[in-house]
Design a protein. Sequence first.
Length: 307
Amino acid sequence: MRVGVDIGGTKTDAVAIDRGGRVVRQLRLPTDLGAAAVLETAVQAVMQLAALVGIETVEFESVGVGIPGAVDSETGRVSHAVNLGFDGLELGTELAGRVGVSVRVENDVNAAALGAFHLLGTPGTRSMAYLNLGTGLAAGLVLNGRLWRGSRGTAGEIGHIPVDPNGPICSCGQRGCLEMMASGSAVARQWPTDAEYPVLALFGAAENGDPLALAVRQRLVENVASAVRVLILTVDVDTVVIGGGISSLGEPLLRGVREALEGWALSSPFLASLELPDRVQLVPQRFSAAALGAALVGDTATTSGAL
């Protein structure tokens, strides 16, 4: 069996999978902030899964971890994990030392891309992009069945493609990046609310005819559609799968994105020929794509920096 651990800002999901990639056990733990707390959470996830399946941790074939931040997949070092409250952690080395199993660490969006490909890929699917819509926006790419990180590990960082020269300044220092137009933070900036789930509240207000909510919702779905278009025009993946917190909107989000893509195709025979609306879907609800993908990153046949 192999273990996958997805460490998020508030929760950690973990799964144990068999050799066929089937999830046999899963659990969820709260995530505490700070390097020591994050490491301890990962240790507990592995130990508790071992107890659930009735083996010692050293009997797992491998452990993979998906985590936000800048990840050196060769060394297992994580840096700039702002949402987790630390700047540097030798997560791979430290975790391996605690559980007695080899550990590979991957960026959480890349891990989710691998998990989505494993779950949703069909025999004819050779490539997939996982578009993560959360506080920010980023994508993970699986090409020819293998994770593609790019030459410097920044493949899929489409959230930092400028799309509006008059837009707001992005945290990356550029102006009008796609992330500033299609993300949870973009919604919060344009439609302030005290609601626990701002994007859900936005769509609810739009359904009730609120003029501002209608405008913000339309900008959101059009810019998500732009992200889909960018991924297909640059990498020509078979499918773009939308995940992340905003994907919990479900069918209303998917319908809005497809309608935007269909509208653009009406005036562009080129876009019409690409059949963009048929190439986008949502990740299934309550499916931990990143945890499953993390379990798969220990297999070097599924990860690569070059094809």
